[in-house]
Ligand binder design. Sequence first.
Ligand code: 13P
Length: 251
Amino acid sequence: MRRKVIAGNWKMNNDLNGTVSLISEMKKEMQGKNLPAEVIVCPPFTNLETASALLKDSSIKLGAQNIYFEESGAFTGEISPDMLKSAGCEFVIIGHSERRTIFGETDLSINKKIKTAIRHGLKPIFCIGETLEEREKGVTFNVIESQLRKGLEGITETELQNLILAYEPVWAIGTGKNATPEQAQEVHKFIRTLISKLFSANFSHQIVIQYGGSVKAENAKELLSQPDIDGALVGGACLKADSFVKIIEAA
Ligand code: 13P
């Protein structure tokens, strides 16, 4: 049985006060409940340290939303792996479709980021997913395969032990239009099979593959009960403690 992992990607939401209230509310909502899933929150960079302090006495883990692939130096505006670690991060989201489309990240830079994160002991949450146009053209599997191969190029199975994959169809992000459980399961199964070809059958059974894209309390249970869906990467619905905790309960 693979563990279930529910991560909240706050994106560019919540200032310091908002961070304190959301984390405090989450802790209150989760208190006394025996929640079997691993829970991760990914606030903006400026709030990581505060979040880390607030999470010290809880089982909720901390992640960042991005990283740079160099260790230090003249890279104005970027954040290094050591900075994330010293702020208390255990996880880091890499290759989110908003980073790819709005900020021009490529498979190559994503591959470098994954390698850097692993080298520094950070656990990547590596995002892949097709656009609506690609789905309508019938090239979903080609896109997924290419993103996965290029993103993981030159990395060994041993190095990937702590990596989480997140399948996020771009057309389902922030649109309220989630993939149906069948659509999501079909791609998750494809990803798992590909992992078994690229690495090993054993590793493909272990690796956690999250689904992301309009996950909410109302659809979480159905999505999370699919055999190859091991968790969720939640955007909008993680900004309210009660809806996020309902998703965790659904897992
Ligand atoms: P929404 O849940 O708002 O669709 O966002 C999903 C996402 O992009 C998580 O990384």
